[in-house]
Design a binder for this molecule. Structure first.
Ligand code: BG6
Length: 491
């Protein structure tokens, strides 16, 4: 059984239900499966089914050619129980309903609680579940899935971990990071550890620097209120991007079990060099906000004019960070990571820049041809691109850059699961590999906290602006100048 807290919210209809529908169609849901929505709203089972299934635009989008009977049958799995005026109430009525459904639908006491509420409620819900006897595992497993943001700082993340662990064991807690559910993010491990053409090169001896770009063309949309308290560093970098970094940086795990992989990721995150010196923080971090602009004839608001955003806000919508990793493999190799809203396009990619051969034989090869690149396209056009030198036909040894390009879409017969599909399925099967462990989240905050602190209290901290629809402030070029320039995908 899946019990969703905050079930009347957007995430349920937008992400969870479409993911469940795909799993249902593919026959991946357990035979006896029930979704029980709960929140403060007063709704009947029928209202809930209508809202998240029958009349949901998100699902309609997905169901272009589906048959009605199937959707109706799917909707019958959904039930609703309201909590009352707050989340901090006695959960006995919920327990009663869970018990009834469990008996009727024979779900064997296995329950996954999905917290899709504001994070300040996580601990309250965990406590009330435990007090109602809904966390004990003597009759079926109980798991707790929590959405991001997981904490607001190192201190709050630690407090939240402790709070949850008072009521649920760590092995019952699944901290979701939807980037880990993306096929291409998981493929980072396979690219590295199943290919002897890459694995031996994956270190400071052959790699010059690493660049990660996460760009979105949208602005903050309707989430100004949330975003203004968060910013790019908390919203994207602390979680999604540092997860990607950890997969690039980590040492080979002993095997593919959850704890084996997570142990190595934690070690990787702990080896990021924490920036404490103001001069380094000043030189290696850049923040900016998008400004009003005209994109293809359409007027676009600046960040400070967005609904829910303070007109004098100092929250960043762009963050670029240069950092180092203090371990044997990566010593002195710079990492450049940037993330932003309102850029020219939506794209996430990792670029591994290799060192040039130590002795240049082909003198007229031209500077651009020297740097081999491995480009891992996380999204869109998921795939891998290798840039390497080839001889230009004709006299002499002129070298040009050629591409070896792989697209996931060429694997036609494979259904590429959406992140939420994969993550829900894993949690149901008790596989926590793609979920973040408490110490992982804390290690990521440990690195991010001093940057946030510097941006808030440091001397001479700048907030740059960039016109919406561009690749960020001019000054971000200075950050990467020593290596050349940022690779702006699609340019
Ligand atoms: C979310 C952030 O976690 O990830 C959003 O809160 C962001 O601000 C989103 O838009 C991006 O996810 P994706 O999968 O579209 O890259």
């Amino acid at each position: 059984m899946l019990v969703i807290f905050g079930a009347s919210g957007d995430l349920t209809a937008r992400k969870l239900v479409p993911a469940l529908y795909s799993l249902y169609v593919e026959g991946q849901l357990p035979e006896h499966f029930v979704v029980l929505g709960t929140s403060r709203s007063d709704m009947t089972d029928a209202d809930f089914r209508n809202q998240v299934v029958i009349e949901s635009d998100y699902l309609k989008e997905k169901l272009k050619n589906s048959d009605e009977a199937k959707t109706k049958k799917f909707a019958e799995m959904f039930f609703y129980q309201d909590l009352g005026e707050s989340y901090d109430v006695d959960y006995s009525p919920l327990r009663k309903r869970v018990g009834q459904l469990n008996d009727e639908k024979r779900t064997q006491g296995n329950i996954m609680y999905y917290l899709s509420t504001p994070p300040r409620l996580y601990e309250t819900i965990a406590k009330n579940l435990a007090e109602a006897g809904l966390s004990t595992q003597n009759n079926g497993w109980k798991r707790l899935i929590v959405e991001k943001p997981f904490g607001y700082s190192l201190e709050t993340a630690k407090a939240l971990n402790q709070g949850l662990q008072e009521h649920f064991k760590e092995s019952q807690i699944y901290r979701i990071d939807h980037y880990l559910g993306k096929e291409t993010v998981q493929n980072l491990l396979v690219t590295r550890f199943s290919n002897s053409i890459f694995e031996p090169l994956w270190n400071r001896n052959y790699i010059k620097h690493i660049e990660i770009t996460n760009a979105e063309s949208v602005g903050v949309e309707k989430r100004g209120g949330y975003y203004d308290k968060s910013g790019a560093l908390r919203d994207m970098f602390q979680n999604h991007l540092l997860q990607i970094v950890s997969l690039i940086v980590m040492e080979p795990p002993i095997g593919d079990k959850a704890e084996e992989i997570r142990d190595e990721k934690v070690k990787a995150l702990k080896s990021l060099r924490v920036m404490r010196d103001e001069k380094i923080l000043h030189d290696h971090t850049i923040r900016a906000q998008y400004m009003a602009s005209n994109i293809q004839g359409k007027k676009v608001k600046g960040y400070r004019e967005e609904e829910g955003v303070d007109p004098e806000s100092t929250t960043e919508t762009y963050a670029a960070i240069k950092f180092y990793v203090d371990n044997w493999r990566w010593k002195d190799i710079p990492f450049y990571v940037r993330t932003a809203k309102r850029m020219p396009t939506k794209v996430t990619e990792v670029v591994i820049h290799f060192k040039t051969p130590h002795h240049q034989i082909f003198k007229d090869s031209g500077i651009h041809n020297k740097d081999n690149k491995l480009i891992i396209r996380i999204q869109p056009d998921e795939g891998i691109l290798i840039k390497f030198g080839v001889k230009v036909p004709g006299q002499g040894f002129k070298v040009e850059r050629a591409n070896l390009d792989f697209y996931y879409s060429s694997l036609m017969e494979t259904h590429v699961m959406e992140a939420y599909e994969r993550l829900l399925l894993d949690a149901m099967q008790g596989d926590a590999t793609l979920y973040a462990r408490a110490d992982e989240v804390e290690a990521a905050w440990e690195f991010v906290d001093p940057i946030l602190d510097y941006w808030q209290h440091g001397k001479d901290v700048r907030m740059y602006g960039y016109p919406s629809g561009t690749w960020g402030p001019k000054n971000s070029d200075d950050l990467i100048e020593g290596e050349g320039y940022w690779r702006n995908p699609g340019e």
